[in-house]
Design a protein around this ligand. Structure first.
Ligand code: V47
Length: 493
C-alpha cells in the first residue's frame, strides 16, 4: 500500500501534534489483470455506452475484480455512498395460474390443496398490517387466474388504496407484471386483433393494454413491478415459459405504462437455460426501451452508431431512438426531472407531448437481476448460478444499463449477505422488509421472509454505505413517529 508519512507538525504553543493517520487507499483486489478490459474501462470512465461485444468480454474475462470495480465506479458516480431500501409488503392475491412455466414453483392449479385466491376482506386486513408496519408500498402480483373477472383487479387496487387512505397512508400500489396486464386485457375483451401480424396487431394490442392500464391507474395503481420479463429470447421463451408473452409484448406494456405516466421496473431471470449472450441482448433491448422513455422526458441522446449493434428480435428499425446515457458525469437522474428538483437544467425539463396527461411520462427506475432458483420446479436438475456469477451479472447489469438510474439486489433472492457485496459492485438498492414472499424460497425459507428495518440498515452500514429509506419512486422518506412523508427532492445525486 502506498502510505504517505508526514513529519509531525509543531503547534504555536510548541507542543508536538499527533501525526495525521495514514490515508487509506481503496484499490480493487486485482488477483488477475486482463489488459483487454482497458478500452472498456476508458468507455466507462467517459460514461459511454458499452457494446454487446464489450459485455461478452465482461462475462468471460477471468479478471472478475476489475468488472466488479467498474460496476462500483459507475454506481458511486450515480449514487455516491447512498444505498436504498424501502418498507414494503408483498401481497400475492392468487397463485392459481393458467400457465405452467418450467422455472416456477409458485403456481397452483384450481382445486389443488395449495391453491389460494384472496378476497377483499383478506386484502383489507393485510393493508392494515402494512400501514401499521409503516409500509410505503404494497407489491401485489399473482398467477394468470382463469376465471376472475376484470372487476376483481380494479377492486383489488382500489381496496388497497382506499383502506390505506382511510388510515392516513398514501402508500404506493405497485402491482401486476406485464404478463398479467395482457391477461387482463384478454379477460376484459380488449385484446381483439392483437394477434394480427404487423403494425395492425401492434396497434390493437397497445390499445388493449392502454385500456387496462388507464382503468387500473384510475383505481389507484401507482407503478408496475418488473416481473415476467425472464429472458428476452424466443428460443428460451419457447423452451421454459411458452405461453407467456414474448419480449415485444412485455416491452409494449411497459412503454404504454410510461406513456401514461407510470414508472416501471424491469427484471432479468438468469442462470437457467439461457446463454450469457442472451442476457446481454435482453439488457440491450431494455436500454433501447429506456432511450425512448427518457427521450419522452426531454433527454437528448446521441445518434446510434450505424451498424454498431445488430437489430434485436421483436424490434422494428423505426423505433430506434438515440442512445441516452445517465452514467456520463453530471447527467441528472430522471427522478430529478420528474420531481422538478431545482438543479435540473432547464434544457432537460420535460416537454410533454400534447396527447399525454399533464404528468411526467414514466420510465424504468431499476433493473433487478434475479438468479434462477431450481428448488421445486421442473428445471430442478439445473444447478442455478453461483455466487460469483451473481456478483458478475449484477456488475454487468450496472455497466450495460447505462440509462437505468437504479440497480436492485433483491435480498430475498440474492440473500442479504450477497446483497451487501453487490452494493459494492453495481447495486444501489436492496429492496425492502417484504414480510411474506412465496414466489421463491431460498435455502428452505418459508413464506414468511421478513427482515427488520434495523437489519437492512445494519447490512447497508456494514457494507460501507449510508442507508436511505426511499419510497417506490425513489424519493427520500421522512418519518415523524408513526407518520411518514416524502421529500420533494429525490434522494439520489
Ligand atoms: O417474474 C419465478 C421470478 C419474478 C423463479 O419490481 C424466479 O421491484 C428465480 O419480479 N427462481 C417475480 N426467480 C419477482 C419480481 C420482483 C421481485 C422483487 C422486486 C420487484 C420489483 C420485482 O420472480 C418472476 C420470475 O421472473 N421467478 N420463479 C425461480 N425459480
Amino acid at each position: 500500500m502506498a502510505a504517505t508519512l508526514e513529519s509531525s507538525a509543531m503547534t504555536t504553543t510548541g507542543a508536538v501534534a499527533a501525526p495525521p493517520p495514514p490515508p487509506i487507499t481503496r484499490v480493487a483486489p486485482a488477483l488477475i489483470r486482463d489488459d483487454r478490459l482497458e478500452p472498456i474501462r476508458a468507455k466507462v470512465d467517459r460514461g459511454e455506452r458499452l457494446a454487446i461485444d464489450d459485455g461478452d468480454l465482461l462475462f468471460t474475462t477471468p479478471d472478475l475484480w476489475s468488472v466488479l470495480e467498474m460496476g462500483d465506479a459507475v454506481r458511486r458516480r450515480l449514487h455516491g455512498d447512498s444505498a436504498y431500501y424501502n418498507i414494503n409488503r408483498h401481497l400475492n392475491y392468487s397463485n392459481v395460474c393458467a400457465l405452467s412455466c418450467k422455472f416456477c414453483d409458485f403456481y397452483a392449479k384450481a382445486g389443488q390443496a395449495k391453491a389460494y385466491t384472496r378476497d377483499m376482506e383478506y386484502v383489507r386486513g393485510e393493508v392494515r398490517k402494512a400501514v401499521e408496519g409503516g409500509a410505503t408500498e404494497i407489491h401485489s402480483v399473482g398467477g394468470l387466474h382463469p376465471t376472475l373477472p376484470f372487476s376483481y383487479y380494479t377492486d383489488l387496487v382500489s381496496t388497497i388504496r382506499d383502506e390505506a387512505r382511510s388510515l392516513g397512508s398514501g402508500l404506493n400500489v405497485k402491482a401486476f407484471t406485464a404478463v398479467e396486464i395482457v391477461h387482463l386485457a384478454r379477460i376484459a375483451k380488449q385484446y381483439k386483433g392483437a394477434s394480427l401480424p404487423g403494425p395492425e396487431g401492434k396497434t390493437a394490442r397497445r390499445a388493449g393494454i392502454r385500456w387496462v392500464l388507464e382503468r387500473l391507474k384510475e383505481a389507484g395503481l401507482g407503478s408496475l413491478p418488473g416481473g415476467g420479463a425472464e429472458v428476452f429470447d424466443d428460443r428460451v421463451h419457447d423452451e421454459a415459459y411458452k405461453g407467456k408473452i414474448r419480449s415485444d409484448v412485455w416491452l409494449d406494456v411497459h412503454e404504454v405504462a410510461h406513456e401514461i405516466g407510470l414508472n416501471t421496473n424491469a427484471t432479468i431471470l438468469y442462470g437457467h437455460i439461457e446463454q450469457r449472450r442472451e442476457r446481454l441482448v435482453h439488457m440491450d433491448m431494455l436500454r433501447r426501451a429506456q432511450d425512448r422513455a427518457l427521450g419522452r422526458m426531454g433527454y437528448q441522446g446521441e445518434a446510434r452508431q450505424r451498424g454498431s449493434e445488430t437489430a434485436r428480435q421483436g424490434e422494428e428499425r423505426e423505433v430506434d431512438a438515440p442512445a441516452i446515457t445517465l452514467t456520463r458525469p453530471g447527467t441528472p437522474l430522471p427522478e430529478r426531472i420528474a420531481f422538478g428538483a431545482d438543479s435540473t437544467p432547464s434544457s432537460l425539463r420535460r416537454s410533454v407531448a400534447p396527447s399525454l396527461p399533464p404528468s411526467t411520462p414514466g420510465y424504468f427506475q431499476t433493473i433487478i437481476p434475479l438468479p434462477f432458483f431450481p428448488d421445486g420446479c421442473e428445471l430442478e436438475h439445473l444447478p442455478g448460478p453461483t455466487g460469483l456469477e451473481n456478483l458478475r451479472t449484477m456488475a454487468i447489469a450496472r455497466l450495460m444499463l447505462d440509462n437505468f438510474p437504479h440497480v436492485k439486489a433483491f435480498w430475498i433472492m440474492q440473500t442479504l449477505a450477497m446483497a451487501q457485496l453487490m452494493l459494492a459492485s453495481g447495486a444501489d438498492d436492496i429492496d425492502g422488509t417484504v414480510v411474506w414472499y412465496d414466489i421463491t424460497k431460498v435455502g428452505g425459507a418459508s413464506t414468511h421472509q421478513e427482515v427488520t428495518v434495523w437489519s437492512l440498515q445494519k447490512a447497508i452500514r456494514e457494507a460501507g454505505f449510508e442507508p436511505i429509506e426511499r419510497d417506490t419512486l425513489y424519493r427520500r422518506v421522512v418519518r415523524d413517529g408513526s407518520r411518514w412523508s416524502v421529500q420533494a427532492e429525490p434522494s439520489a445525486r
